[in-house]
Ligand binder design. Structure first.
Ligand code: HEM
Length: 500
């Protein structure tokens, strides 16, 4: 049989296709092989795509679901998991202890500067020396003993919140505790930082500054997910309405905080240095190398407002919701609080033995940690051995409370809200419990938060022992589904409680 040109061409084509695919395959294998050779964390378990990109993690971050995405990865891949080309997540308490320690600390990753940009503060600075200087100046007023000066102001604000809740219930048939706790914590930290409250408890309204802070926070989420894109837009002055609006907001916030601090300074100059103490009073007196610039005072005060409001208010909201949903837990708490007189003070909550109150608070901090997301750190020089893997210097290692607090070995039946698990806490529970972070970067406001949590919870359940969930205005458990950005937030932005 003779072979024609018509017969040859498909054969040729077939074989040349085969050749092309074969070459491509070979190149791919070579690339994979060489990238594995150049990838010092190639052996860390994780989804295949995380070797090249962390885009999926970013997607979950901007949609408020990253902690649960990471948690699922831990379920599939174990306590150490790769989530991007240069980042691993760790859900192991021993490794967490070696990352978040006081001596030879792992510095905060530069991610914090994208999340909260422009001026370095106690919260965002990766600079260890600057952080130590801030911390030396700022710690003592927020320590347990330092806070004694501010107790009357805090107690007054808690009382105003309880009063506001009671009044709202009379006219509305329920009260929105989410709103009142936010007013309370924001007014407390406003007064302690700026020397004057935002007076939201008195006006019953969120003011412009807080609205601005919330918008700036959203922008920070996007900026920290796509820092190069934002850098490019800024560098080439690409006009984007969203960015011009953000600039106006930032300027307004800056003016507001600078104005408040100036007003406070003027009062102090007129009435004497101890006339209106704030948590920054010590800073004004500092001199020489120990001092910090007025802009640093302003930006740190601003960061306190962010860090010290939603965190504590959302904890209180989830606490009230969790207790009100479980009659057994509520009656035990209410019974214990009978040990306090009706006009009890904060000191009474410390001197009278109230273990169940502490257990309820700890269980809320475990089950609904206000900062459930990753706290990224940079591996220092020399690298680190974590969970049996060598992670080189400069790579990012991160743990998240969302996973540590759901470790079933430490906390059996971890999704269950069960304060009694804290009656005899095991070492594993203590090690895995990090609601305030750890090491040198542990939350500076934890004592203030504890004061507000103890006072707020005790006052609420003493004033409203029959409080229960309300279904008014369509309120349901769906409203309380947690959106997980850097901070936790109930997705409905409300929590209606029937106080009767
Ligand atoms: C229930 C309430 C609170 C929770 C659960 C909480 C949680 C945390 C966590 C987990 C960190 C570590 C962040 C990290 O490593 O990236 C942190 C740091 C911080 N928190 Fe809080 N916080 C609370 C209340 C407050 C309050 C009331 C303030 C007010 C001053 C505050 C101010 C700060 C600041 C300034 C930092 C940075 C500390 C540093 O890096 O040295 N927090 N907080």
């Amino acid at each position: 049989m003779s072979t024609t040109a018509m017969d040859i061409t498909p054969e040729l084509l077939k074989s040349s296709n085969l050749y092309a695919w074969g070459t491509l395959g070979l190149v791919a294998i070579l690339l994979l092989f060489s990238s594995n050779l150049n990838d010092p964390i190639a052996n860390v378990p994780g989804p295949w795509y995380t070797k090249w990109t962390d885009l999926l993690a970013k997607y979950y971050w901007v949609t408020g679901r990253k902690p649960s995405y990471i948690h699922d990865l831990h379920h599939t891949y174990g306590p150490i998991v790769r989530v991007g080309p240069r980042e691993v997540y760790i859900a192991d308490t021993k490794a967490a202890q070696s990352i978040y320690k006081i001596k030879n600390e792992f510095p905060k990753s530069r991610w914090y500067l994208d999340f909260v940009p422009f001026v370095e503060t106690l919260f965002n600075t990766p600079d260890i020396a600057l952080h130590r200087r801030f911390r030396r100046l700022l710690s003592s007023p927020l320590s347990e003993s330092g806070l004694k000066t501010f107790l009357p102001q805090i107690e007054h604000k808690v009382n105003l919140a309880i009063q506001g809740m009671g009044e709202e219930h009379k006219t509305r048939g329920a009260t929105d505790v989410y709103k009142w706790w936010l007013f309370m914590t924001t007014d407390v930290i406003g007064e302690l930082s700026f020397g004057e409250s935002f007076r939201m408890l008195e006006s019953g309204k969120i003011n412009q500054y807080i609205t601005d802070l919330q918008s700036a926070g959203k922008m920070g989420s996007y900026r920290s997910a796509f820092p190069s894109l934002f850098g490019f837009i800024a560098r080439f002055h690409i006009p984007l309405p969203m960015l011009s609006k953000a600039r106006v907001i930032l300027q307004r916030m800056r003016n507001y905080s600078a104005e408040s601090l100036r007003r406070h300074q003027a009062i102090v100059e007129k009435e004497g240095p101890d006339s209106r103490p704030t948590v920054f009073s010590k800073v004004y007196k500092a001199e020489g190398e120990e001092s910090i610039s007025p802009d640093h005072v302003r930006s740190n005060a601003q960061s306190y407002i962010v860090a010290g409001s939603d965190t504590t208010s959302n904890t209180l909201t989830y606490l009230v919701w969790s207790v009100c949903r479980d009659p057994g837990i509520k009656s035990r708490l209410v019974k214990e609080l009978e040990l306090l007189s009706d006009d009890f003070t904060y000191d009474d909550t410390r001197s009278i033995h109230l273990p169940y109150l502490e257990h309820v608070i700890d269980e809320t901090l475990r089950r609904f940690p206000a900062a459930p997301s990753g706290l990224p750190r940079e591996v220092p020089e020399g690298g680190a051995e974590l969970c049996g893997y060598h992670i080189p210097a400069g790579y990012t290692v991160t743990t998240q409370n969302y996973s540590l607090h759901r470790d079933a070995d430490a906390f059996p039946d971890p999704e269950r809200f069960d304060p009694s698990r804290w009656e005899n806490p095991t070492q594993a529970m203590k090690d895995a419990f990090m609601p305030f972070g750890g090491g040198s970067r542990i939350c500076i406001g934890l004592h203030l938060a504890k004061v507000e949590l103890r006072l707020g919870t005790a006052r609420f359940f003493k004033a409203f022992p029959n409080a229960k969930m309300s279904s008014l205005e369509g309120m349901s458990d769906d409203d309380m589904f947690p959106k997980l950005f850097f901070l936790i937030n109930p997705q409905g932005h409300r929590c209606l409680i029937d106080l009767q």
